[in-house]
Design a binder for this molecule. Structure first.
Ligand SMILES: [Zn+2]
Length: 71
């Protein structure tokens, strides 16, 4: 399984950093009243990866087709 982010500890929470770029979010960015902080942070990173890096894996077959087509 491919990881889209790395998790690190910061003061008062946890920091989720994109594995593709310097983009990051932390649990401090979210409100506990909206739900589990780690879930919210992971969801935000996944959304970023999907929008910016065309992750998750469901897009990789499309990339492969485009590379083949260009070749
Ligand atoms: Zn990124």
């Amino acid at each position: 399984m491919k990881r889209l982010y790395t998790i690190g500890r910061i003061k008062g929470g946890m920091k989720f950093t994109c594995t593709h770029c310097a983009h990051h979010v932390s649990t401090l960015d979210f409100d506990l009243r909206d739900g589990n902080l780690r879930t919210q942070a992971a969801t935000a990173i996944n959304r970023h990866a999907t929008a910016v890096h065309h992750e998750p894996v469901m897009f990789s077959s499309l990339d492969a087709q485009q590379h083949t087509w260009r070749a």
